[in-house]
Design a binder for this molecule. Structure first.
Ligand code: SF4
Ligand code: SF4
Length: 508
């Protein structure tokens, strides 16, 4: 049995009852000071916060020792916490994330990976409308004539999200379809920005002229991710289905970067463009923007192009290429810190949505004598390396969830939309009840029940994998390849290569 599995069993019977009781003592709403849960953390981190005598006493005698012991056990860097929570631009988002985490421990106990009381991020496909015809669109956008929420209804969704679990959502991402194709997009984004601290857009970039980039900046959008499928128009336009899309998307990237918006090139890598990986990374470096590799997931229109899925070796190769970039930055930053006491090198620039990224970066850093890893979908923030198994790779229905244009709730945008994956509707059903009780969400959250397969005497599948707590495999890929079985292996992983070969024989 793996150590994390043993720890989960131990937590359940020993630590969890105590932790829940302790947190409930300071998870209080004071009529004078507000949330003691959040105020006690500020107090712990050394920020001046005015507290009534009762709150001060609970904060000093119960919450502070709790944080002190917790941060030591998790080896969480207190300076890092202070920088992010108190001095950082996104302190409010970090505080909300912390509130959701603590309330999650209070509700569900401490688990590996952990389950917060609500998602840290929601990706909202706000529209089916799109001006492109991409082959791999997970939403099958442009084709659907389904109802979408009105402006007022969409604002109601934002209101609900801003109060999730009594804390509020830290981060909201608008996707689609093409979010900018919604006529009320800027009204909605401005409304959201007043209520949710971190707002982002996933766009095809073609509508982002200089004026639109300025509006994006003015409305307070924090991050823009633009899809680029190749380093030249040949590959990109062929895949996106519209001539000229590449030039416009590239201009969109430049316009956002010139406005000073945190910008990222996002690329779905598949068999027809993975040879361009290094060129696209070079482009991102030249433009001084981030790079995000999107995993190929056969869902939506991509399901009809299963032949484009990468082999396990090709995927591993790509993850190593991207991983080497981030490890190099990490080493440079570390060296600069040693020499000057601080570093301005931005390490968090090369990401992947592929959960095996954690295993690959862990191994690459081990090879250079370091202990560093980057979880899928996440920024490589110093100080969180030691909590990787708590963050736990695939975050579908755990750290994050998705919304459809009509308000339907799904665990992840890469799950198809059907009666087994739609958990309810945010305007009609109780979001917290779904988060607390939905059986599909709990299947996705618990790693002990991932399946193991025996082939030629060899154990395969995510269930028997030593890295399942930092990776977990892409559950949307498991759903797609194993007819809705979310416990099945992710066959895109090198560890599951024999399964890949067996299954692809039937498909190709
Ligand atoms: S076997 Fe599954 S959990 Fe293990 S590394 Fe591969 S995808 Fe991740
Ligand atoms: S299922 Fe998990 S790993 Fe796959 S895309 Fe969704 S969140 Fe990412």
């Amino acid at each position: 049995m793996q150590i994390d599995t043993i720890e989960n069993n131990l937590f359940a019977v020993t630590l969890n009852p105590l932790l829940r009781e302790l947190i409930s003592r300071f998870d209080l709403e004071c009529p004078e000071d507000g949330s003691l849960l959040l105020n006690s953390l500020k107090d712990f981190l050394g920020e001046h916060v005015s507290l009534c005598p009762t709150c001060r006493s609970i904060s000093r005698n119960i919450a502070r020792p709790f944080y002190e012991i917790g941060s030591r056990l998790l080896k969480t860097d207190k300076d890092f916490m202070r920088t992010q929570f108190i001095n950082g631009e996104y302190g409010e988002a970090w505080f909300k994330g912390f509130g959701l985490m603590m309330k999650g421990v209070e509700k569900y106990g401490i688990r590996i990976p952990f389950v917060p009381a609500g998602p840290f991020e929601v990706v909202w496909n706000v529209t089916y409308k799109c001006n492109l015809k991409c082959k791999h669109c997970y939403e099958d956008a442009g084709n659907k004539k389904l109802p979408e929420l009105t402006t007022d209804e969409a604002k109601q969704v934002v209101d609900i999200l801003s109060k999730i679990a009594g804390v509020g959502l830290p981060a909201l991402s608008f996707s689609g379809g093409e979010p900018l194709a919604r006529r009320d997009f800027f009204e909605l984004a401005a409304y959201a920005k007043k209520r949710i601290p971190y707002i982002s857009i996933a766009s095809n970039g073609t509508l982002i002229t200089k004026d639109v980039a300025k509006k994006i900046k003015d409305v307070g959008v924090d991050y823009v991710e633009i899809s680029i499928d190749g380093a030249s128009s040949k590959v990109h336009d062929e895949f996106r289905g519209i001539p000229g899309a590449f030039e416009k998307a590239l201009q969109g990237v430049k316009n956002c970067a010139e406005e000073g918006i945190d910008t990222c090139i996002a690329t779905v890598l598949h068999r027809n463009n993975f040879a361009e990986t290094e060129k696209i990374i070079k482009l991102a470096k030249e433009l001084d923007v981030r790079f995000m590799h999107f995993n190929y997931i056969p869902t939506g229109r991509a399901k009809a192009h299963i032949e484009l899925d990468l082999t396990p070796e090709e995927r591993l190769n790509i993850l190593q290429t991207i991983g080497k970039e981030i490890i190099n930055l990490y080493l440079q930053a570390k060296e600069e810190e040693l020499k000057k006491g601080r570093s301005d090198i931005k390490v968090d620039r090369f990401f992947s949505t592929c959960p095996q990224y954690a295993c690959v970066t862990k191994e690459l850093s081990r090879q250079v004598g370091q202990k560093f890893m980057v979880e899928a979908h996440y920024a490589a923030k110093k100080g969180v390396e030691n909590v990787a198994n708590f963050l736990g790779g695939c975050g579908a229905g755990r750290l994050y969830c998705a919304l459809e244009p009509n308000g339907d709730i799904k665990p992840c945008v890469f799950f198809p939309t059907n009666e087994t994956t739609v958990l309810g509707n945010i305007l009609k059903d109780n979001y917290e009840e779904i988060w607390d009780k939905n059986p599909l969400l709990w299947q996705l959250r618990i790693r002990e029940t991932l399946e193991t397969y025996i082939m030629d005497g060899e154990e395969l599948g995510c269930g028997s994998c030593p890295d399942k707590y930092i990776c977990g495999g892409c559950r949307a890929r498991a759903y797609s390849y194993f007819k809705g079985n979310v416990k099945a292996p992710d066959i895109g992983c090198i560890r599951n290569k024999p399964l890949w070969e067996k299954i692809m024989k039937k498909h190709l």
